[in-house]
Design a protein. Structure first.
Length: 373
């Protein structure tokens, strides 16, 4: 049986051909790509390393990437097209939720194992849920929820708890952000415990007042980039709501300057890119050492996210979270153990994702909480 995936919402379908349209987001058949395991050669790995950190905001971005890697524009497009069937999820803008006036939180549910898959299906159906995983803990379903600032996170979580049949729930909003940003070493040339080489994205930004035309640009820039010579012109013409390509570029650069957009880049499917394990390290940190240890954890390249979150002792005593990605469980263990040795913190746990139910980018300004009722 062939497997297909919607590029916009990552709905998955098995069949000889893709469906006429996506039942989740109404995208046409052309938005589906066939997915299957792929082997990465050295050029693929170099390409993935390049486009996951930044992507040119220019008329001919694939031509620019080709010049950097000594590849033709056509070869770059065709390689990315092939990688879209396995290693690349999407190429689009990554926005800062708070800057857009949205609220978000990590949530953990405890569900009866017999009903876990059905409960996860209910949670994944919420348009504000971008990540949803089963993890090896009594709190066995973990997801992130992002909603417009006018809505109540607590009310949405309670509604999902009732609909999914969860027995217990904990809401874990970010108190302090020490790091956010994933960059996988697809070349595999450095140790798992290597340190970051570039700047680390940290801290919160305040909600900004956005004009209607800026919201139109956000809707366009968050769409998956088409694999053609002039993809941004295509996005502006189809989804820009009157914006020209140059206006879209100007707004994207302004968004980056203001911190509204973190970056424009590719997001990888970790397992297909060679990173088969991810561990959520959760720690009990004394308040007086929170700043010191949070900044120390953020220095590890394998740590993609590092947050201070509320603790709920005795059931949940942990107040620091560090997400680690590795090629194996052993790599993740080596990073977390190294952090423990260097910080002297021994009270911690390692939660591994044992099933991915959903992983997509948040779609902003495309739905309202009222539509869920």
């Amino acid at each position: 049986m062939r497997c297909w995936e919607c590029r916009e919402c990552e709905y998955r379908f098995e069949g000889e051909t893709a469906p006429d349209k996506c039942p989740i987001c109404d995208e046409p058949r052309e938005s589906f790509v066939e997915t299957h395991p792929i082997e990465l050669d050295q050029k693929d790995k170099l390409l993935l390393n390049e486009i996951q950190s930044s992507f040119p905001l220019s008329e001919r971005p694939f031509l620019e990437i080709g010049r950097l890697l000594s590849l033709s524009e056509t070869e770059v497009i065709e390689r990315i097209r092939r990688l879209k069937s396995g290693a690349i999820r999407q190429i689009s803008a990554i926005f800062d939720s708070r800057s857009l006036g949205y609220r978000s939180t990590l949530v953990a549910f405890k569900l009866n194992e017999d009903h876990l898959d059905e409960g996860a299906r209910v949670v994944s159906g919420h348009p504000g849920v971008s990540h949803n995983y089963r993890r090896n803990h009594p709190f066995n379903l973990w997801f992130t929820l992002t909603i417009p600032g006018t809505a109540s996170l607590e009310r949405e979580v309670d509604r999902l708890k009732r609909k999914s049949g969860a027995e217990l729930s904990i809401i874990l909003p970010t108190i302090k952000l020490f790091k956010i940003g994933v960059k996988l070493d697809t070349l595999g040339e450095e140790p798992a415990t290597r340190k970051e080489k570039g700047p680390v994205v940290k801290g919160f930004r305040d909600a900004q007042k956005l004009t209607d035309i800026e919201i139109s640009a956000i809707r366009a820039l968050q769409r998956d980039l088409p694999l053609i010579e002039e993809p941004f012109r295509n996005i502006a013409e189809k989804f820009g709501e009157g914006l020209t390509q140059n206006e879209l570029f100007e707004m994207a650069r302004d968004f980056q300057t203001r911190g509204v957009m973190r970056r424009y880049s590719a997001v990888l499917r970790h397992r297909s890119a060679g990173f088969s394990a991810n561990a959520m390290g959760v720690w009990v940190i004394p308040d007086e050492r929170m700043e010191e240890i949070g900044n120390m954890m953020a220095e590890y390249a394998a740590v993609s996210h590092c947050y201070q979150r509320p603790a709920y002792p005795p059931d949940w005593p942990f107040n620091m979270f560090s997400m680690v990605h590795g090629r194996s469980v052993e790599e993740c263990e080596s990073v977390l153990d190294d952090i423990s040795r260097k910080t002297g913190i021994s009270n911690y746990a390692k939660l591994y994702s044992t099933r991915e139910y959903k992983k997509v980018r948040v779609k902003y300004f495309t739905w309202t909480p009222e539509q869920l009722n």
